[in-house]
Every structure is written in structure tokens, then in C-alpha cells.
Design a protein around this ligand. Structure first.
Ligand SMILES: [Zn+2]
Length: 249
């Protein structure tokens, strides 16, 4: 049993036995891991608030050969208090965390994905970037990292340049007018939205603040990316229902 130190984001925390917690972390060095934090609910809780969902911490744990590691110590680096104070930001952060928790297994692409989550939380915490823009950027980045980004720069069926078209989840990309018959259930998507997606693909966290979505792009981006994520990665995302409720308050 060796002792390891790594940066981590808390993805999930559930009560276990009388006074412990089982916590799911996304770490920079080991990907997704689960650990038991003994005494985390006792009066002498040495972990403080570091085990709350989306906390950024330095995690020290005993690496065991089982699925559950033994958490030794957690030092809180960022509790993301601005996110916790804001219902909309909390809803978006919960969505990012749930997407990661449900789509990533084990040590998959750990450092890149860790940076994606951390930068998304920092952007939500410290900048005026529209959370909706950030969410679509996050979705596109994650799809790319997982190797399942749809084709947005040409027709997925014939390869021709796109003027406008439909988006097919089944075929994984845009269909131009000539190829609409390839998937008749595909919804229409405007050229403006296709260009916005390409712009997001070429963007970094630092230039998202300049991007504003009009109503049509907002509706179409949500339709395209959510339906594609549900089709390819994970069908059941509770945080999307929460986001929907919060948006309607
Ligand atoms: Zn085509």
C-alpha cells in the first residue's frame, strides 16, 4: 500500500456506515477514483468541508489494489463559493460534474479531463462568461476528448461543404440538403448554429466571454448537443432536469 498525493475535484460523496463517506474524485494523475473517508461525519471530522461536491482539493490517499482507496487527508484549494451562492451556477457545475462522473471510467485521459473540469469551474466562479456558452464549450471539448465529436465541417454522408442542413445523431454529424434522406428523423439546424459550433471548437476558455448566443442558436445548440450526448454517451442526466427547473424560476 503506497501513499499518493494528487490534485482532485470531488464528483460525488455518499454517506457510508456510521460516520464515513465514500467519495468519488476526479484526479489529475489517477483519473476517476473512489475513496473511503473514515470519520468524515463524526464530531472530530478532520476533512472539514473539503469533501463537498465540486471542491478542488489536494488529496492524499493510500493506494490499495481494491476499487476503494483509503483517504488520508484532503487540503481544500478552492471551495468555489461563488458557484455555491448562485443557483444557476450550481446547476451548471452539477451538470459538468455529472457528465464527467457518468462518462468517464478509471484513469482515462486523466490530466486533460482534469484540466477541463477545473477550468470550467474556475470560469464559472470568476468570470462573466454565459454559463450556457461555457456548457456547450464543455460538451464539445468532452466529446472531442472521448473521441466521439460529430462532424460539423462537412456533410457526414457525402463530405460536401455545408450551407445549411440537419443534424443526425445516428450518423454523427450534419447532413446537407442533398442527403436529408439519409436520416429523415434528423432535426433542421441553421447555418448560424453550425458556425457557432465551429467557433466553439476553435475557442479556448479565455475567449468565451465574447460569445453571445441568439435565441435560435441557443435552442438549436441545446437540441443538437444534448440529444447527441444522450444518444452516444449517457441517456440519464439528472442535472439536466435541475437545470431546466432553475432556468424556469
Ligand atoms: Zn451530403
Amino acid at each position: 500500500m503506497s501513499i499518493q498525493t494528487t490534485e482532485a475535484i470531488v464528483l460525488r460523496s455518499i454517506n457510508f456506515a456510521e460516520s464515513s463517506k465514500i467519495v468519488t474524485f476526479y484526479t489529475s494523475q489517477f483519473g476517476k477514483i473512489k475513496g473511503i473517508a473514515k470519520g468524515a461525519r463524526s464530531a472530530k471530522n478532520k476533512f472539514g468541508s473539503s469533501l463537498e461536491i465540486f471542491s478542488h482539493i489536494v488529496l492524499i490517499f493510500y493506494q490499495k489494489k481494491t476499487d476503494i482507496q483509503l483517504v488520508s487527508q484532503c487540503d481544500l484549494k478552492n471551495p468555489f463559493l461563488n458557484i455555491r451562492d448562485d443557483l444557476i451556477k450550481t446547476a451548471y457545475a452539477s451538470y459538468f460534474i455529472e457528465l464527467i462522473n457518468k462518462t468517464i471510467e478509471g484513469a482515462q485521459e486523466s490530466e486533460q479531463i482534469f484540466d477541463l473540469i477545473l477550468n470550467a469551474l474556475i470560469t464559472l466562479e470568476t468570470t462573466g462568461v454565459e454559463p450556457e456558452v461555457l456548457a456547450h464549450f464543455f460538451e464539445i471539448r468532452l466529446l472531442k476528448m472521448l473521441g466521439c465529436i460529430p462532424v460539423f465541417d462537412r456533410c457526414v454522408n457525402c463530405g460536401a461543404k455545408i450551407v445549411n442542413g440537419k443534424f443526425s445523431c445516428r450518423l454523427g454529424g450534419i447532413l446537407n440538403n442533398e442527403c436529408w434522406g439519409a436520416d429523415e428523423s434528423a432535426p433542421r439546424i441553421s447555418l448560424g448554429t453550425i458556425l457557432t459550433i465551429r467557433h466553439l471548437q476553435a475557442s479556448g476558455f479565455s475567449n468565451l466571454s465574447r460569445l453571445k448566443l441568439n435565441k435560435l442558436s441557443s435552442q438549436e445548440l441545446k437540441l443538437v448537443l444534448e440529444s447527441y450526448i444522450k444518444y452516444t454517451l449517457v441517456s440519464n442526466l439528472k442535472s439536466l432536469d435541475f437545470l431546466e427547473q432553475v432556468a424556469n424560476i
